[in-house]
Design a protein around this ligand. Sequence first.
Ligand SMILES: NC(=O)c1ccc[n+]([C@@H]2O[C@H](COP(=O)([O-])OP(=O)(O)OC[C@H]3O[C@@H](n4cnc5c(N)ncnc54)[C@H](O)[C@@H]3O)[C@@H](O)[C@H]2O)c1
Length: 261
Amino acid sequence: MKEQAGVFNKIAAVSGALGDIGRAVAEVFLRDGFRVALSDVKPAADAQAALIAFGADADNILYTQVDVSSEAEVQKWLSAIESKWGVPQFIIPNAGIVVSGMLTELPQGDVRKQIDVNFWGSYNLAVLAAKRMKAAGLPGRMVLIGSWAAERPNARISSYCISKAAVRMLCKSLALELAAHQILVNEIAPGIVSGGLSKKNQQKDPSLLQTHLDSIPNHTLITVEEIARQVLWLCDMENMNITGTTLLVDGGLSLTSKMTK
Ligand SMILES: NC(=O)c1ccc[n+]([C@@H]2O[C@H](COP(=O)([O-])OP(=O)(O)OC[C@H]3O[C@@H](n4cnc5c(N)ncnc54)[C@H](O)[C@@H]3O)[C@@H](O)[C@H]2O)c1
């Protein structure tokens, strides 16, 4: 994808960028010649190893510590990107956590934390970035990282499922609101990935990996690189009419009723 002066600038903003999926997304953007603003709730010191591993020109990377559930922090981050490079036009709300436990057993504060990060974090980045693009009259692309769990209740992680259902409707609502501004908004809904949150859960409960593999129709965990490639594809400015969609990348998992754990 080539940069076209005056139409779009290859400036991407990725939240949760020190996580497994976020890092892979940042990497494909960098390889494609983007300048990438990465953020994560982790301090800059934690970012050093990841930034060195990217091996890209330091001028193309900007790391900022941001808690996405804070509107003020996200606003400050977007202002910093704008001052350094210009308005980011490729927005990837990716930061996420998973809170385990049944709704009837969890304290309300834990459920709120889940919604704060996954829903409000996505909302803050997507909406604040969209306002800036609209004000500047710039087109753009957004890819929200949702989950196959948006449509599938799972009592082990109920509040996570609720948060991702909200992200799905956020995607559709923003797609409708922003279509006339040539800002296209889509969601990637991964199934079980061989990294990130799923891996952490599998480490806590070692029997989970086999349950996952047995449940996925193609018995294959998704790589972070596969997710990242699809993010880059949905960001292609030559895709003019794909908006409000969910791209399920789940090996057929959502077609089954198998996984109970
Ligand atoms: N791994 C999977 O199997 C899977 C499946 C479906 C969807 N997802 C989604 O993919 C996205 C990325 O998750 P991952 O699997 O790479 O997990 P990960 O834990 O490796 O990455 C998540 C990142 O988000 C950051 N984060 C957490 N709270 C934050 C906050 N308040 N503000 C900013 N950053 C914060 C974490 O520090 C971490 O670096 C999430 O939205 C997750 O729900 C993952």
